[in-house]
Write a protein that binds this ligand. Structure first.
Ligand code: ADP
Ligand code: MG
Length: 356
């Protein structure tokens, strides 16, 4: 439904060209929610601006519902107002002098009063603010204001809704409940959306697809489960979740197993193993949830550091040979720093990368 093909975006800065987005390609199905995540400055906002038509492509193309929004090679660039793309930004302020209902009606001026009123009612009900028509923005909480902003963006029924960190100015509690509501609201209105966040939990909770960006590159675009369990690059592996890279050595037929400091692990790579690993040497991603506390396990690890996260601790562990690991361990038992505990790995498919 939304297709980006080899999108390149450059800014001119002090006479030189700065690449903000490089060869980004993605597909998002109708009614799906895509999430872009990545460190500050990696190009997330730039990519949204290109889709909205606020920036011209240097090369590549963007199609929405089969229509060309931008095709650099043919000099096609539809103006923003001609794209049926809605936008909600982080600092998306409501019009302070307009009531909630008038804010939501803002994009509906082309409609006669009765259907306009009906649409406003429908949108406010959708975001759970059906009794707030007459309120003024300053009479609403931050979370309520963002709901109104969402209702305003959804009212003209955009073919695609772009949301750029819309919750980043809200407190954590509110963010969590709003992000769940957002998903429900987008699904209820069958809205196709692309959402930018720097919060990984939010990305996984909201997205049907998650894209991880770094330095203008979209390094992976996949289902959240795949992004977590089959990270395409070392950057994605490091950026998502907690884990370490351990030296490993491929063993068995076609490198079906990997020898590590923690013993033999099954290899995720579909055989035959990439010949990219000279001498079978590789690095193994071991996530915190791949390491399990087990008093009967032969491998002992010393707790160097621990972070309490409620249901679990995040431990930083050191093995006898100095190897460092991280582990999430249920917090029923409160080990102390310096204590040695038994650990083993619980990995179905280990993820390997070439040794840098
Ligand atoms: P993100 O939203 O992921 O934080 P941005 O898309 O805002 O990243 O920025 C990507 C890169 O483009 C950054 O290096 C930023 O400095 C640069 N950039 C953004 N806007 C402009 C601009 N108007 N002119 C020049 N460089 C810009
Ligand atoms: Mg940004």
């Amino acid at each position: 439904f939304l297709t980006l093909d080899q999108v390149n975006l450059q800014y001119t800065h002090k006479g030189g060209a700065v690449a903000a987005v490089q060869n980004a390609s993605l597909r998002l199905g109708r009614g799906e929610i895509g999430v872009l995540i990545g460190p500050s400055g990696c190009g997330k906002t730039s990519l949204l601006r290109a889709i909205a038509g606020l920036e011209r492509l240097h090369s590549g193309s963007i199609h929405l519902g089969g229509e060309a929004l931008a095709v650099a090679s043919q000099n096609v660039h539809r103006p923003p107002e001609d794209r049926r793309v809605g936008l909600v930004f982080q600092d998306f302020a409501l019009f302070p002098h307009l009531s909630v209902a008038d804010n939501v009606a803002f994009g509906l001026r082309h409609l006669p009063p009765a259907p306009r009123q009906a649409r406003v009612d429908e949108m406010l009900a959708l975001v759970g603010l059906e009794h707030a028509h007459k309120r003024m923005p300053h009479q609403l909480s931050g979370g309520q204001q963002q709901r109104v902003a969402l209702a305003r963006a959804l009212a003209p029924a955009p073919a695609l809704l772009l949301l750029d960190e819309p919750f980043s100015s809200l407190d954590v509690d509110l963010r969590e409940s709003l992000s769940q509501d957002l998903r429900a609201i987008l699904k209820a209105s069958h809205t196709t959306a692309l959402f930018v966040t720097h919060d990984q939990a939010e990305a996984f909770a909201i997205g049907d697809r998650v894209g991880v960006m770094q330095s203008g590159h979209l390094e992976q675009w996949d289902e959240p489960y795949t992004v977590y369990h089959r990270p395409a690059t070392r950057f994605v592996a490091r950026f998502i979740g907690h884990g370490v890279f351990l030296p490993g050595h491929l063993e068995g037929e076609h490198g079906a197993q990997v020898r590590t400091a923690l013993g033999l692990l099954d290899n995720a790579q579909d055989c035959p193993v990439p010949s990219a690993y000279p001498d079978g040497r590789c690095e193994v991603l071991l996530r915190a949830d791949d390491v399990v506390h087990d008093d009967d396990a032969p491998v002992q690890a010393c707790i160097e550091h621990k972070v309490f996260r409620g249901a679990e601790f995040l431990y930083t562990l050191r093995l006898q040979d100095g190897t460092r690991l991280v582990a999430t361990v249920p917090s029923h038992h409160n080990h102390h720093v310096g204590e040695w505990i038994g650990i083993r790995t619980q990995v179905d498919h280990v993820v390997t990368f070439a040794t840098p």
